[in-house]
Design a protein around this ligand. Structure first.
Ligand code: ADP
Length: 448
């Protein structure tokens, strides 16, 4: 096992990794930007190294400085967390070349799954359900038009190297498709340095269904069942829950097993998430694979009892997965609420500044993953998430009730947060009956 792990991240996920390291007897080392000097999570590290000024491009994204920090702190492995460099295969490669174990997949497996066109090809081989659409990237526009006519409009044009919702165009007809391909190519070339785009069926009124998977370096992989993340705004998840409500158990088993098979075939080690859209008839279509630990991993931990972050560290150190698929069972229901310092009443404007009041909820089934306390100043430089409230209960109905209690207990001020929005969403009929879809939050907000 590693002796010292350098955490190339900040905030709640840095703290989550620190806690996992501690339990494994590993000394955690944190890097930080000057905007994060004095950050509460840094107090829990064995050593801290400042790697630059506030902008992430000058600190948390500086590969050279992170490697230098790993050298001077005598770390033997680097954990990227999520965001920043977590899905950068070049970074994983540099870590390996510099003699540090990257806690995540090999750069080869990361690249293979990170490219959406290649990932779809692998998924097809593994039997993971994908969207109908063009085979591979578009070479000939007329061929793409023919494919779109065969599968039927609307279709969506997406970039092979895409991320963050960029480089996508929805097309309702042939003219829109021709134009969309041109635009998406240009956007993709500029944003990702790769102009390859592809076309797939566009699904309206879908639910977001994602499967947590984890593999080791010995060819083993299991799934930890799924999460439903349909409560979104501008493709950003707000509430996640596990398991996905109302899904046919046989269909669930099949799609979850196909996701595990995909990462097995990709020789993937570490935690990953296969994202799908699910239609009304509970047919699944894979969107992409995220090759890192995900923000919403705690709800899968809650229902399966597996510590995903610790397992990720263990497999990076060469250990075998400590459980078989048959050991993994679903216990109860869990929800996660992303507590963002944003004002929902003012188009979710980020709310940087001093947190004067921070009264956290507690009680059975309540977990709070947060780096914040009263007196903390939320910097303007990074994302606005100040914590994650995770609620676990025997049933979905009890989970909703327990969540309403916890959200009511949770007092944050004077900065505004998304807490009141969640109190409202938990009372929405569509959500309560699980008849919601990925656009319901936006429709609701637009209507009021
Ligand atoms: P990114 O890597 O940019 O996040 P994804 O492939 O994960 O791209 O898609 C982001 C979002 O775009 C999805 O969560 C979904 O809301 C929408 N989307 C992508 N593909 C489709 C599709 N075929 N049909 C409907 N919506 C889609």
């Amino acid at each position: 096992m590693f002796k010292r792990v350098l955490i190339a991240n900040r905030g709640e996920i840095a703290l989550r990794i620190i806690r996992a390291c501690r339990e494994l007897g590993i000394e955690p080392v944190c890097v930080y930007s000057s905007a994060d000097a004095g950050g509460p999570w840094l107090e829990q590290a064995a050593q801290t190294v400042c790697i630059g000024p506030p902008p992430s491009k000058d600190s948390y994204l500086r590969i050279d400085r992170i490697i230098a920090a790993a050298e001077i702190s005598h770390a033997d492995a680097i954990h990227p967390g999520y965001g920043f460099l977590a899905e950068n295969a070049h970074f994983a490669d540099v870590c390996r070349d510099s003699g540090f174990e990257f806690i995540g997949p090999s750069p080869e497996a990361m690249s293979a799954l990170g490219d959406k066109v290649n990932c779809k090809r692998l998924a097809k081989k593994a039997g993971t359900p994908i969207f109908p659409g063009t085979e591979g990237g578009i070479e000939d526009i007329d061929e793409a038009v023919q494919v779109a006519k065969d599968i039927g409009f609307p279709v969506i044009v997406k970039a092979a190297g895409g991320g963050g919702g960029r480089g996508m165009r929805i097309a309702q007809d042939e003219a829109g498709l021709r134009q969309g391909i041109e635009q998406a190519r240009q956007e993709a070339a500029a944003a990702f340095g790769n102009p390859m785009v592809f076309v797939e069926k566009y699904l309206e009124l879908a639910r977001h269904f994602e499967v947590q998977v984890i593999g080791d370096k010995h060819g083993n992989a299991v799934h930890l069942y799924e999460r439903d993340c349909s409560s979104q705004r501008r493709h950003q998840k707000l509430i996640e829950e596990a398991p996905a409500p109302g899904v046919d158990p046989a269909k669930r088993e099949k799609v979850c097993e196909s996701a595990a098979e995909l990462i097995r075939q990709a020789k993937y080690s570490g935690a990953a998430t296969c994202e799908f859209l699910m239609d009304r008839s509970q047919k699944f279509y894979m969107l992409e694979v995220n090759t890192r630990v995900q923000v919403e991993h705690p709800i899968s931990e809650a229902i399966t009892g597996v510590d995903i972050v610790q397992t990720g560290i263990r497999v990076a150190a060469g250990e075998r997965l400590p459980y078989k698929q048959s050991d993994i069972r679903i216990h109860g229901h869990a929800m996660e609420f992303r507590i963002n310092a944003e004002d929902p009443a003012r188009n979710f404007m980020p709310q940087a500044g001093l947190v004067e009041t921070w009264v956290a909820p507690g009680g059975p089934g309540i977990r709070l993953d947060s780096h914040v306390r009263a007196g903390y100043r939320v910097p303007t430089n990074y994302d606005s998430m100040v914590g994650k409230l995770i609620v676990h209960a025997p049933t979905r109905e009890q989970c909703i009730r327990r969540s309403l209690g916890a959200l009511a207990e949770f007092k944050v001020g004077p900065i505004k947060t998304t807490i009141p929005l969640y109190e409202r969403l938990l009372r929405e009929e569509l959500f309560v009956n699980a008849t919601h879809d990925i656009k319901y939050v936006e429709r609701l907000l637009a209507a009021t």
